[in-house]
Design a protein around this ligand. Sequence first.
Ligand SMILES: *[C@@H]1O[C@H](CO)[C@@H](O)[C@H](O)[C@H]1NC(C)=O
Ligand SMILES: *[C@@H]1O[C@H](CO)[C@@H](O)[C@H](O)[C@H]1NC(C)=O
Length: 243
Amino acid sequence: MVSVTSVVFAALAAVASAAPSCRAPTYTLPQVGEGVELAAPPANLFLKKIAIGHGIQNYTCETTASDFKATGAVAVLYDATPLYPKTKKTGIKQREWDSLPTNLLRNLPLPLNKLAGSTYGADPTTPFPAPADLALQGLPTIKFLGHHFFDGNGVPVFDLGTTGLKAAVKKLDNIPAPQSADAGITGSGAVQWLQLDDNLTGRSVGVTMVYRVITAGGGAQACSVVGAGVQSVPYTTYYWFFG
Ligand SMILES: *[C@@H]1O[C@H](CO)[C@@H](O)[C@H](O)[C@H]1NC(C)=O
Ligand SMILES: *[C@@H]1O[C@H](CO)[C@@H](O)[C@H](O)[C@H]1NC(C)=O
């Protein structure tokens, strides 16, 4: 396992590009760089996985921003860990890594079973198609990792499939995405960056903290007929899993 340090995102890129790439990379949680940051993970936690997620954020249907309520999310997770910059043999360039959420959001369709009659909605009973890896032009194949969804009690869950890792979480902190973040396909803005920790219902396995960073899209958007149903907005992001 590797330790994690917290360094300003832009500054790290400069430092890392000068370093030799002969050892395991130092995983550095990205920072927004605009003053307000999420707290670094406690020193006794180690990075388990970095996933890239592609799915939808759900909201109630409202016309004014202050009225929106987030009601959940559904996303497919892929294992981005081997692509982390400076990883021997499999690491991609820092700028490719930083733009991977945007690349995925804008170049591949939602990996969800569509809700008939909707643009971005997912089928409520069977949202996930059969597991499939990600093939993005010019990049190594990114392996299917698992699923993110909300359970029947509204608890956010991450199920990392065959790794055996699982997280049932609650929100610890949230901060706005950077001004430069990708506002998404619908232009409704990038969802906030999050720090999530174990919900303590005994369902997490090997994971006690999750971060959502480098978000693209997923922000709440107005709907024309208030109460017309759930608004589902496409998003991508990295999820960093610590345990
Ligand atoms: C999100 O909305 C989709 C419809 O687009 C629905 O199938 C799914 O169950 C919803 N999930 C949550 C957690 O709100
Ligand atoms: C975990 O989720 C359950 C079900 O929603 C909730 O009742 C409980 O308060 C949550 N626990 C924590 C520690 O947030």
